[in-house]
Design a protein around this ligand. Structure first.
Ligand SMILES: C[S@@+](CC[C@H](N)C(=O)[O-])C[C@H]1O[C@@H](n2cnc3c(N)ncnc32)[C@H](O)[C@@H]1O
Length: 353
């Protein structure tokens, strides 16, 4: 490809803007690649853990992480430039880094940093223009490849994000679930399984059925064991569009799966799910559910780029799309709840009639 040095397109009409525009916001945007790489390197090298233990000089931190002092200093200063470290008296963690980038903290999100910026992800982004031309992924192995190894990495890495969200969902369902006898839960495309396991752990007679690819369910077992739920958990291996779902269930949880598919495929999936629910059962959709204006609600629109690069037809559908799909599948209008501090929403809909 030849990149023109000078503007070449004589058909472009003159700019209508009379104000002078600073290029600064654009230059900031171009730094996005560096920003992600800097945070990932900090996580990979354990820099935040070292500073949490009290090391505050480039030399001592470099020695502790077995790295070069100059390299460490440059990384630490870049982390400070991003607002993750303070430099007033040696290197100190800012509250943001302390809460989310130190491995021992309950809110640790380093796993998500790693997975969001893994080499595999960089490769997918490097094909973005092709994906735009093609209208979907151009990769041979992608989100819909059965048993993709990415999901083995995702399941354990996602727990920092899934654990608080699971507690939030369990809170939202607590009163309703307490009135059900022997609550039966199906968690489709369960990954870590935390959404259903956390709910089951709260209700002593509840049972969870976890559905995902076999290679992912092997990892989900760790969370089942950790929560002491082995006797109350069953597993369904395979494609959510094809395997027998069993049931009927009181509640089905579909967390971060519908964005993998086109609206039509979501429609097919919801029709399948509604038949696996008890007549007054509930479907939980946990998703980026965008509003109509990208600038007001950026995260879902940026996330759609991820799905464009590595799924055939997936995207972060709009909240109104989910409302319509739920209605058409036979659900009452959903309750919509924010997921505190995260750009996703819980839609909880009851099977109508
Ligand atoms: C983004 S993760 C979501 C995991 C979990 N529900 C959560 O919210 O943390 C998507 C999950 O869907 C699973 N998956 C993707 N396509 C699937 C399919 N057709 N059938 C079953 N599982 C599928 C993947 O293995 C992965 O665990």
């Amino acid at each position: 490809m030849i990149i023109p040095v000078l503007p070449m397109d004589r058909e472009t009409p003159p700019s209508t803007s009379t104000a002078s525009v600073s290029p600064e916001p654009l230059m900031r945007m171009i730094e996005g690649l560096q920003v992600t790489a800097i945070i990932r390197a900090g996580v990979q090298l354990g820099v935040f853990d070292q500073i949490a233990t009290g090391r505050d000089q480039a030399g001592s931190i470099a020695a502790a992480i077995d790295a070069d002092e100059r390299g460490t200093r440059i990384l630490l200063d870049a982390l400070a430039a991003l607002g993750l470290l303070d430099t007033a008296e040696g290197y100190r963690l800012t509250p943001l880094a302390d809460a989310f980038l130190v491995t021992s903290r309950p809110g640790y999100l380093g796993g998500m940093v790693n997975i969001s910026a893994a080499p595999w992800t960089w490769t997918a982004y490097s094909h973005l223009a092709e994906a735009v031309r093609h209208g979907g992924t151009v990769l041979d192995h992608h989100a819909e490849t059965p048993g993709h190894e990415f999901w083995e990495a995702f399941a354990p890495s996602s727990t920092g994000m899934a654990a608080p969200a699971s507690r939030r969902l369990s809170e939202l369902l607590r009163g309703w679930a307490a009135q059900r006898e022997n609550l039966e839960i199906l968690d489709i495309a369960c990954g870590s399984g935390l959404y259903s396991l956390t709910l089951a752990a709260q209700h002593p007679t509840a049972r969870a059925t976890l559905l995902d690819w076999a290679n992912v369910l092997e990892l989900t077992q760790d969370n089942v064991e950790a929560l002491g739920l082995r006797e109350r958990t069953s597993f369904i291996e395979g494609d959510v569009f094809e395997v027998a779902l069993g049931g009927p269930y009181d509640v089905i949880i579909a967390s971060h799966i519908l964005h993998h598919f086109s609206e039509q495929r979501c429609r097919e999936l919801m029709s399948r799910l509604v038949t696996a629910l008890k007549p007054d059962g509930r479907l939980v959709v946990h998703e980026f559910a965008s509003g109509p204006c990208p600038a007001d609600d950026p995260s879902p629109y940026l996330f759609s780029i991820v799905m464009l690069t590595w799924s055939r037809e997936g995207e972060a559908h709009m909240l109104d799309t989910y409302r319509r799909l739920l209605h058409d599948a036979g659900f009452s209008p959903p309750e919509v709840h924010a997921n505190q501090g995260m750009p996703t929403r819980f839609l909880i809909a009851e099977r109508a009639g």
